[in-house]
Write a protein that binds this ligand. Structure first.
Ligand SMILES: Cc1ncc(COP(=O)(O)O)c(C=O)c1O
Length: 422
């Protein structure tokens, strides 16, 4: 069990590691070195137990059935939303909508937020496809203007770029808080301030930021945030859309049906629905109760350790990785090396190895080091950097359960690969 020592800066990271059953595995007699958390985080026992408890003890529908199991499911489901709202410091629980993933959260906003006719949507060349495409398509659907702010080659943005791009005709800005390729963190509070001054809403893609840094949606004053629960030690198939209540209330619905209505009358041959406010307005049909309970448990688990502590731990690993990797011949790292504006990941390509998949295959086969290879659903930035997406890049990402031994194994694998590829 993880201790809650995070608040006083004395987390026992070895104990934390023991919370994750997948790390107990050995493959071909060697331990597992899992460095793909930016794609999918491992799950601690606390999350698995909370979900198992639901399936074993009260596997019923929350919200409809008034029997004992139903009541327990409803209570756990509601409590989970409360835990998540606390994690984000949302003003109201109703501002947290359960979704299937961050992509769905982004799509809900893109398709349903009301935007001025003829207005401009801004996004960037660094977005994950899930952060750009829903807005590109919304602009196409409604004949809106779309403008792409080009990230600088180190993955950062200059505030002047935002001051220039966001004008009085801009209705919405969709921007990634922390990039899943460069790891760079955008100055979100400042960007939100510029946008609000000019009357624009901000949709923040927090898929990579929320699992690794303290996130306070009220402090940043962001209008919407998309979160990927499976990247923060929670179950797969779960995401969260945070939205300020006033925006969620004014948005159109995307799905209609059971659980979205307070009344449905039948009068004069017509069916007349009265819809519920958020969050029910966006949660049609029977929900993923186990998933929501797991999401709440994940939020509680991370918060008990302390998000500042997690951020510090990852940066201490990242510092070593960046230093040694940047000294390696033929390795080209993408993104800034300033760890103070970077999430715990490193993305690179190797001149002497034909493709990123070759690097990932070598590390996996020789050392059980699991990294990600490909274009990471960020085609535009790869093209911008002149990297053939077919060659792709390698991404090693770190989380609270990684340790110095993981880092050393990864780096020794890289050294061996480069030596062999010469
Ligand atoms: C920055 C970013 N945005 C959005 C997504 C999409 O998240 P999900 O898989 O939860 O839809 C990802 C996933 O890798 C991501 O890294």
């Amino acid at each position: 069990m993880a201790t809650g020592k995070g608040l006083i800066g004395m987390v026992d990271w070895t104990k934390i590691r023991n919370d994750f059953p997948a790390l107990e595995r050995t493959i071909n007699g060697r331990p597992v070195v899992y460095l793909d958390s930016a794609c999918m985080a491992l799950k601690p026992r606390q999350v698995l137990n909370a979900m198992n408890e639901y399936y074993e003890q009260y596997p019923a529908c929350g919200g409809r059935s008034i029997h004992r199991f139903g009541e327990e499911a409803s209570n756990a489901y509601t409590a989970a939303r409360g835990k998540f709202a606390k994690f984000l410091n949302a003003a109201n629980e109703e501002e947290c909508i359960w979704t299937r993933n961050a992509t769905e959260s982004l799509n809900i906003v893109a398709s349903s937020v009301k935007l001025q006719e003829g207005s401009k949507i801004i996004t960037t060349s660094l977005e994950h496809h899930s952060g750009s495409l829903p807005f590109v398509e919304r602009a196409r659907r409604d004949n809106l203007v779309i403008e792409i702010v080009k990230a600088q080659s180190d993955g950062t943005f200059d505030l002047e770029q935002w001051k220039e791009a966001i004008d009085g005709n801009t209705s919405l800005v969709s921007i990634v808080h922390s990039s899943n390729v460069t790891g760079t963190i955008a100055p979100m509070k400042e960007i939100v301030e510029i946008a609000h001054d000019r009357g624009a809403l901000v949709m923040c893609d927090d898929a990579q930021y929320a699992p690794h840094h303290p996130l306070d949606v009220q402090e940043i004053d962001v209008d919407f945030s998309a979160i990927s629960v499976h990247k923060m030690c929670g179950p797969t198939g779960m995401g969260v859309l945070y939205g300020k209540l006033e925006h969620l209330e004014s948005m159109n619905m995307c799905f209609y049906g059971g659980d979205t209505v307070s009344d449905v009358r039948y009068e004069n041959g017509k069916i007349l629905p009265e819809y519920l406010p958020p969050p029910e307005k966006f949660e049609a049909g029977l929900q993923n109760y186990a998933g929501a309970i797991g999401a709440g448990a994940a939020a509680e688990y991370l918060q008990a350790i302390g998000m500042h502590e997690i951020e510090k731990h990852e940066r201490s690993l990242l510092e070593v990785v960046l230093k040694r990797l940047s000294d390696m011949e033929h390795v080209n790292i993408l993104g800034t090396d300033d760890i103070n504006i970077k999430t715990g990941l490193v993305t690179f390509h190797v001149d002497t190895v034909p493709s990123a998949h070759d690097v990932a295959t070598f590390l996996n086969k020789e050392l059980n080091v699991m990294v990600r290879s490909g274009w990471h659903c960020v085609g535009p930035f790869h093209y911008q950097m002149g990297i053939d997406p077919k060659k792709g890049t390698v991404r090693a990402s770190f989380y609270l359960y990684n340790n110095r031994a993981d880092v050393d194994t990864f780096l020794s694998g890289m050294e061996a690969l480069i030596e062999a590829s010469k």
